[in-house]
Design a protein around this ligand. Structure first.
Ligand code: TA6
Length: 322
């Protein structure tokens, strides 16, 4: 049976130079012990086993979910960044770069960072500000032992200083035995229209010499190597894309399913609804310490979405392993 929690709001202010709004942790009855904030369903101590808010690296809050199947995931409220996804076999299929910082100022480099309201390059900071702001945990549900959490981001002084629009972003994350699904909803809460681009910049754990991506043959490509501002247009001719060197390429009108072999023995299926484009990135020698260990396969919306007042845009990503 699905059990919903309705959350009281807990405000916790932390200093942050880049995100001056207070860290708003929508929570329920919250108790802190040994660095952990436990979710309780009511005044008693009956902690649901499927969702916990804990203190992560740098004292940032992370939402930890686990399913009846034994799968697990972690989502930092800073950036609504899924930093860990372990299907039931316990292998973490996401990758966080060794140079990632968890200081609540810079975006977390790894997992599934958001690019919103700009993929880039463009007038805003690279990949936009959503990955650089504190999201709120709005809701949690347990659908037959498979947890679902919803995070929310709204405009505030920080976002308005760069992009003067009212918006609400909702990010629903569902965990099943073998999969992790996300639904991103962008709502225009302003009186005037706005446009945006966006992406889920997913870092998959990999052994780069064994990585391949299938499904992109025939797509129009915008190759950002060597100049990201003036990408070279072409068409992907390969059935299987590999990563022998630096890769930074946008694929327009990509299919709704890609297959990733991560070189570590896992086949990961990446399905989507309404993410029209894809991006492949591996920095090769630009990141000598880590490039062998990950590949970014990103669902993206490269063309601008024009959103009228009161309207919403929704896109889903489903990643699953076999
Ligand atoms: O998505 C690919 C890309 O835009 C590359 O052009 C490169 O700039 C990379 O992302 C940077 O990612 P990061 O996570 O370091 O912001």
């Amino acid at each position: 049976m699905a059990a919903s929690l309705s959350f009281a709001t807990l405000f916790a202010a932390f200093p942050s130079s880049s995100n001056p709004s207070p860290r708003r942790l929508h929570s329920w009855n919250s108790t802190r012990s040994a660095g952990t904030v436990s979710a309780t369903m009511n005044q008693k101590t009956d902690t649901p086993s499927w969702v916990k808010v804990a203190e992560g690296h740098g004292g940032l809050h992370k939402v930890c979910v686990s399913s009846v199947h034994g799968s697990e995931a972690e989502i930092y409220l800073f950036g609504a960044c899924v930093t860990s996804w372990k299907p039931s076999n316990g292998k973490d299929l996401l990758f966080v770069r060794p140079d990632a910082v968890f200081d609540g100022k810079k975006p977390i480099s790894g997992g599934i960072p958001h690019c919103f309201p700009q993929f880039g390059p463009g007038v805003l900071q690279q990949h936009g500000f959503a990955r650089n702001m504190e999201w709120s945990l709005l809701d949690s549900d347990n659908n037959g032992g498979e947890p679902v959490v919803t995070l929310e981001l709204k405009d505030g002084l920080y976002s308005r200083s760069m992009w003067d629009f009212g918006f609400q972003a909702l990010y629903k994350v569902k965990l099943s035995a073998k999969g992790l699904s996300t639904a991103l909803t962008i709502k225009n809460t302003d009186k005037k229209p706005f446009s945006f681009t966006t992406a889920l910049h997913t870092y998959f754990r990999a052994s780069i010499s064994g990585v391949s991506v299938k499904g992109l043959k025939g797509c129009k490509t915008l190759n950002k190597d060597p100049d990201p501002v003036n990408p070279v247009e072409s068409t992907e001719e390969r059935d299987v894309v590999t990563f022998p060197g630096f890769v930074d390429c946008v694929y327009l009108d990509a299919p709704d399913e890609l297959q990733l072999e991560n070189g570590l023995g896992d086949t990961i299926t990446i399905r989507n609804t309404n993410w029209p484009d894809a991006v492949l990135w591996n920095p090769h020698k630009q990141m000598e310490a880590s490039y062998r260990d990950f590949v970014c396969v990103e669902n993206a919306q490269i063309g601008k979405v024009q959103l009228e007042s009161g309207k919403s845009w929704v896109a889903e990503q489903h990643i699953s392993s076999s």
